[in-house]
Design a protein around this ligand. Sequence first.
Ligand SMILES: [Zn+2]
Ligand SMILES: [Zn+2]
Length: 134
Amino acid sequence: MNGGCLCGAVRYRSDAAPLYQVYCHCRDCQKASGSANAPIIFFNESSFTVEGEVRYFTSKGSSGKDIHRGFCPTCGSQLFGRLERMPGLLSIRAGTLDDPAAFQPRARIHVSQAAPWDVMDPALRAFPHDVPQK
Ligand SMILES: [Zn+2]
Ligand SMILES: [Zn+2]
């Protein structure tokens, strides 16, 4: 999978299959994206390549641990997420894929915080909060 930001200054590529693909409906993703939810794909950072400068902004997640969201400093596109509680993983916002059809969501998380105007696919598994940890 590959993709990049709106202006093309940031490009990325994964050489391995994604680990998880979800929609996150939490309030933080709503605020950070300006949308109803965030379509997110998680990769192992070791198989992932980023070219170009990325600016990270940090906030506290509901777990109390830091979440770092990565944006292109030239065009402002939100591209990446790094979670302190999931070390070694990097997530991308699926809208930045070169081929949007490559996103194949498997679940919806934090649906208890979903906006009343959100439209959700009832065929996907839904979790009121996060995916239960192993
Ligand atoms: Zn850009
Ligand atoms: Zn979220």
